[in-house]
Design a protein. Structure first.
Ligand SMILES: NC(=O)c1ccc[n+]([C@@H]2O[C@H](COP(=O)([O-])OP(=O)(O)OC[C@H]3O[C@@H](n4cnc5c(N)ncnc54)[C@H](OP(=O)(O)O)[C@@H]3O)[C@@H](O)[C@H]2O)c1
Length: 323
C-alpha cells in the first residue's frame, strides 16, 4: 500500500510517496481503509523541524494524526460488527497519510448517518479543539468574542458555536474571501488583521470596551495585539501558533491586568475525552447545528502540495488528503 513519508526535516518536497507492506490487524485492532486524512497546520511545522520540544518525531516517519474511512478487517477479540462501518479514528500521532491504518478498536468513533467521511475527517481534531475551547472558555450569550484566525479549521467551528450560543462574534482573518466566509457562518463583525491598526477596528466594533473573550488561533504579533485590547476582567486563550509562536503573554502581566489566561496546555485531553468530543462534534453536524468547511482537498500523493498551500496561506477552512 502507499504511504507518504517525511524523509528528512525540510520543505514540502521531503514528503515522498512510498510502498510499504499491507498492514494487518493484531488482537484488539482493526484495519481502516482511509477515505480522508486530516492535515493540520502543526504537521507542516513539525515536518520543517519545528516544535521538537513538544513532539518527539524523527524522520523517516509517516505524518497524519487522524483519518476517516471504512473498517476493512478486524483482529482477534474485536466485534465483527465493526466491519464495513465508516469510522473516525486518531492514529496516535502519526501514520495517517496512508491508504490503510491499523488502530485499536477501542479508539474508533462511528460516523453517524448523514455525515460523510470527509466531513468526519475534518472534525477529528478541529471538532474536539473547538468544543473544548468553547466550553473551557465559557462562551456566554451576550458577550463579545473576538476570534483571531476565524477561518482556520477550528476557527470556523468556533464562529458557529459562539454565534449559536448568542455571543456577539467579532471575526478576524485576512482578506475578503475569508471575511465573507466568516460573515456567512454567523460573525457579526469582521476585521481584516492584515490591515494596520486592525485592533482599533476591534475596539470600535466592541463599543470601545474591547472583547470580553479572545480566542487566539494565530499567535505571534497578532495575538499580542489582541491582548492589548482585552479589557480588565476579560479572558484570553492563547492556543494558536501558525505565525510560529504563541502570543507572548506573561501570566504575571495578565494577572496584574485582571485577565484570565489560558493556553495550549488547557487543550490537552486524554484519548477518551477526545473521542467523546469527536462524537459530539459529529452529532452536532448530523443535527445541522455546525458544519465544517472543507476548503481544499488533495490526492494522497500530493501531500507536498497540501503542505505548500497551507504554508503559503492559500487555504481556507480544512485541508484534507483524499485516498
Ligand atoms: N486544529 C486543532 O485541532 C488545534 C489543536 C491545538 C492547537 N491548535 C492551534 O490553533 C491554531 C488554529 O487552529 P485552526 O485549526 O483554526 O488552524 P488552521 O486551519 O491551520 O488556520 C490557521 C490560520 O492562521 C492564519 N495565519 C496567520 N498567520 C499565519 C502564517 N504565518 N502562516 C499560516 N497561517 C497563518 C491563517 O489565516 P489568515 O491567512 O487569514 O491569516 C489560517 O487560516 C493552530 O494553527 C494551532 O496553532 C489547533
Amino acid at each position: 500500500m502507499r504511504v507518504v513519508e517525511v524523509t528528512r526535516f525540510g520543505g514540502p518536497e521531503v514528503l515522498v510517496t512510498n510502498q510499504v507492506p499491507e498492514p494487518e490487524a493484531g488482537p484488539g485492532q482493526v484495519v481502516v481503509r482511509v477515505a480522508a486524512a486530516d492535515v493540520l497546520f502543526v504537521e507542516t511545522q513539525i515536518r520543517a523541524g519545528g516544535f521538537g520540544e513538544y513532539f518527539d518525531v524523527r524522520p523517516p516517519y509517516v505524518p497524519g494524526g487522524g483519518v476517516a474511512g471504512r473498517v476493512d478487517a478486524v483482529g482477534d477479540g474485536v466485534d465483527p460488527g465493526w466491519l464495513g462501518k465508516t469510522v473516525l479514528t486518531s492514529t496516535g500521532g502519526g501514520g495517517g497519510y496512508a491508504e490503510r491504518v491499523v488502530v485499536g478498536a477501542d479508539g474508533l468513533v462511528e460516523v453517524p448517518a448523514g455525515v460523510g467521511a470527509r466531513e468526519a475527517a475534518a472534525l477529528l481534531h478541529d471538532g474536539p479543539t473547538a468544543l473544548e475551547l468553547f466550553e473551557g472558555n465559557r462562551v456566554r450569550a451576550g458577550e463579545q468574542v473576538l476570534i483571531v484566525g476565524a477561518t482556520g479549521g477550528a476557527g470556523i467551528l468556533l464562529v458557529q458555536l459562539a454565534h449559536a450560543a448568542g455571543a456577539r462574534v467579532v471575526a478576524a482573518a485576512r482578506g475578503e474571501r475569508k471575511l465573507a466566509l466568516a460573515t456567512e457562518l454567523g460573525a457579526d463583525v469582521v476585521v481584516d488583521y492584515s490591515v494596520p491598526g486592525w485592533t482599533d477596528r476591534v475596539l470600535e466594533a466592541t463599543g470601545g470596551t474591547g472583547p470580553d473573550l479572545v480566542l487566539d488561533g494565530v499567535g505571534g504579533e497578532f495575538g499580542r495585539a489582541a491582548f492589548e485590547v482585552t479589557p480588565r476582567g476579560g479572558r484570553f486563550s492563547a492556543h494558536g501558533a501558525p505565525t510560529g509562536g504563541f502570543a507572548a503573554i506573561d501570566p504575571a502581566e495578565a494577572a496584574e491586568r485582571g485577565i484570565g489566561l489560558r493556553g495550549i496546555a488547557d487543550l490537552r485531553f486524554p484519548p477518551e475525552r477526545a473521542r467523546e468530543l469527536a462524537a459530539r462534534a459529529l452529532a452536532e453536524v448530523a443535527a445541522g447545528r455546525i458544519r465544517p468547511v472543507i476548503g481544499q482537498t488533495f490526492p494522497l500523493d500530493r501531500a507536498a502540495d497540501a503542505h505548500a498551500a497551507i504554508e503559503a496561506r492559500q487555504v481556507i477552512g480544512k485541508t484534507l488528503l483524499l485516498v
